[in-house]
Each structure stands twice: as C-alpha cells, then as structure tokens.
Design a protein around this ligand. Sequence first.
Ligand code: FVH
Length: 290
Amino acid sequence: MSSHSTDVSVLGLGAMGRALAGTLLDAGHTVTVWNRTPGRDAEVVAVGAVAAAGAGSAAAASPLVVACLLDHTSVTDTFTAAADSLRGRTVVNLTSTTPEESRDLARWAERHDVVFLDGGIMATPEMIGRPESRLLYSGAAGAFDEFRPVLERFGTSEYLGEDPGLAALWDFALLAAMYGTFAAVFHGMAMVTTAGASPDAFVPRVTEWLGAMLSSVPYHAGQVTEGHYRTEVQSLDFNKAAVDAITRASRDAGIDTAVVEVVRRLVDREVAAGNGALAFSRIYESIRRP
Ligand code: FVH
C-alpha cells in the first residue's frame, strides 16, 4: 500500500486534530473527519476533508483511525460510541493520556478486536508536518510498521516498544522536564523584573545559561547510572547554601518562592540523610525512591 493512498479518519478537530487532518490532506490522503461539536470541521472540509456525521461513520470510512481528543474520558466515550465501526481497524491514539490510561485503552481495543497504537506528540499544532515535529509511539508493532509512512507525515516517528504505555511515559517525562524548566525560567524572570528589567531582557541571558548548563546532563546521567555521586566540587552542602540564598533573595524581592522551595526540599532531604558531601545529582534518588 503506498502511503498517500491510505485513507485516514481523524476523530477530534481541536487545534491539534485540525493540524493532523490538514497535513494528511496536503499529502494527498483521503481524510474523513468527525468532531463532537459541529462546525469545527469547516476549515479542513474547505480544503478537501470529508465530514462524517458521527464517530462511528468516520471510523467506518478508513482502515486507519487517528484520535486526537482532550483526555482519556473523551477517548473512551468516543471509542465506546464507535466500537462497532472500529472493529478490525487500526486506531492511533494521539490524545495525551497517562501510561496507565493508554494501557487501559489497549485492553479496551483488544476486547473489541481493534489494533491499538498509542502516540505522544512532541510538537505544537504549527509544527506538525515540519522536520522539528517528533512523535513517539508504542503498542502494536505491526501497526506501526504498516502505517509508518502515514505517521511520518506528522513528523519524525519513533517506536518505543510493545507496552502501550511507553509512548505516554516518555511524553510525560519530557513534558515534566519542560514544565519544571519553564517554571524556573519564569521564577528567574520574576526576580529580575523586580529591579526594573523587562521580561525580554532576561531572554538572551537565560537561554545562553541554560544551554551551557544542559550540556552537563550527560555527565549527571552518568553519575545516576553508576550510582556513585562522588564530587570534588559543588557538593549538596554547597548547593544547599546557594538554594537557601536564592530563596532568601526571592523573598526579599517579594516574589513567590514555590519554584525554589521544590528544589530546596529535595536538597534538604538529601543533606538531612547525611549525603551533603555528594553531588547535586544525588537528588535523583530522592525523586526516584520517595
Ligand atoms: N495543542 C498542543 O500544543 C498539544 C501538543 C501535544 C499534544 N497535545 C494533546 O493533543 C490533544 C488535543 O489537543 P488540542 O490542542 O487539539 O486540544 P483542543 O483544541 O482543546 O481540542 C480538544 C478536542 O477534544 C474534543 N473533546 C473534548 N471532550 C470530548 C468528549 N467528551 N467527547 C468527544 N470529543 C471531545 C473537543 O471537541 P469539541 O469540544 O470541539 O466538541 C476537541 O475536538 C490533547 O490531549 C492535548 O494534550 C496537544
């Protein structure tokens, strides 16, 4: 089967569903679309998508069904309504669901004779179809192999394994890193704006600084892998002094300390456990085994 001849149905036409459907249309696929609230299909129907009256008739139109809905509940509601039509088809769930929710969907699919692949989109709607868009998949290996040329339309596609929860686990792990980093960026931005700097002025310095610091992630990962955490410089005792001072400076500046308190709690826990001479990466152990 050539990839552009694969018909695809897209369930859910939020910002991401519309981007997925539009990318498939651009690539020459016949795309059938459905959205719970009528009218949200206008943009993609105007460029060639076929509007279906229900999730079931949308699913019945194609061998490959892509679901991009709000959350686990919206997926189970939609799959339940379309169960008869989904039978024998391949469903790719691109909705953000937790690993356990993705495994639950895979069990539902198995009971209903549906081939299930779960996916995590590491991209925003504007990035879909561009080289920087990356998607992670797990679940039915055969489905990934069969439909990979279609999935590559959305972005670089990587298969992580048969466990249907794996893509969601990696997706959320990367999102956790992003949210934590962004919260910290806003903390720093809030600090400098108390002295009259504009938020924009913080940007070049913080991006350069984080870029330099992120280059040490492989070194930290090596310490975690070996589990030794020895260091000659910048022990947790040293870091405790720094994080305590940052907390005081933030308080003095009159800003919220929630972001630094998270780091402070992790450092304090390790220091209290007698690990003050070890490296900062030792906080991994507090996170991994709470
Ligand atoms: N947008 C992004 O940047 C991120 C990138 C990473 C992946 N996420 C996830 O993708 C899912 C969809 O995101 P979205 O941006 O398309 O979200 P919305 O624009 O809010 O559209 C939500 C669609 O879900 C439909 N929906 C909600 N509840 C139900 C339900 N109970 N039954 C059926 N459909 C439902 C909603 O329909 P309607 O409100 O128009 O009727 C939209 O089509 C999401 O998991 C992100 O985390 C996007």
